[in-house]
Ligand binder design. Sequence first.
Ligand code: UDP
Length: 324
Amino acid sequence: MSDSILVTGGAGFIGSHLVERLLEAGKTVFVVDDLSTGSLDNLARVRDSTSLHLIVDSILNHPMMKDTIGQVDRVVHLAAAVGVRKIIEFPVETITTNVRGTEIVLDCCDKHGTPLYLASTSEIYGKAGDQLDEEHDRVMGSTAHRRWSYACTKALDEFLALAYHQEKGLPVILGRFFNTVGPRQSGEWGMVVPTFVTQALAGDPITVYGSGDQQRSFCHVDDTVRAVLGLLDAPDAVGQAFNIGNEQEITIMELAELVKDRVGSASEIVVVPYHEAYGEGFEDMERRQPDIGKIRGLLGWEPEKSMDQIIDDVVAYYRGVAAG
Ligand code: UDP
């Protein structure tokens, strides 16, 4: 793998875990993060490293991005507006950051001939449900439903990255993260596991949206980061998209019960209609299960951490935050 890497969004949840692993591997790491959803606390363990160069700025600053990408061998582009609640409340910011930001990153990578790993998302499959392989059709709702703007921005990012690859020969790898969870993930913008864990720890009601029958498959961030590192080292991954997720499914009601149980919480579990949680016209998907045959075939990668371990790690993290 290259010696110097820029991680956009490196102060975020997934980014900070990736930055730690890269520094442990002896890499020089540049981080560009505007701290909109990330935080310097996420980088507390590595802040003093002389191999870490932290730039608190927006990926929309084109001259800064051109200069920074000129100094590195490779870019991992994670910076994006994420979280269902953020997307619904701030659609302009979401669309601008995700589309213009990636345009800028790709333009700068192209100018310098710098290989790019682009973080994409399972959201691009939309309402399509189980055994989602990389070629699966995408099923999108109406543009009246703001949620789908996120999926469309990330799909456009994928199209643009593949276009740079095909037309200009830029080496790009696309990784589609399915629901990734673990320490440092914030529940502020709706993510369900940190939300349930903080509710259970506080003894507050655990808010299950919709019927609770909808399913998700959750992947521990350590497994996710291991997949990203594997792809970065795989020349055959160039020009392709890979699902990164856990095939094991759980309903959101089962998740609420499991969190309550593992915390040992007396919280009650309450069912909240979608329109109360997100406003009228919200659409959710019933299932979103990855087929990970492609990355398994290329790298032999499999998730190793169970749902119990994921919850225990998130609980330990939030207990630590509460203890200061
Ligand atoms: N969810 C919930 N209660 C919450 C937050 C989320 O029941 O307090 C549900 C949400 O409606 C969805 C699932 O949990 O069905 C996962 O939501 P999240 O926002 O974490 O990720 P998504 O998979 O929807 O992008």
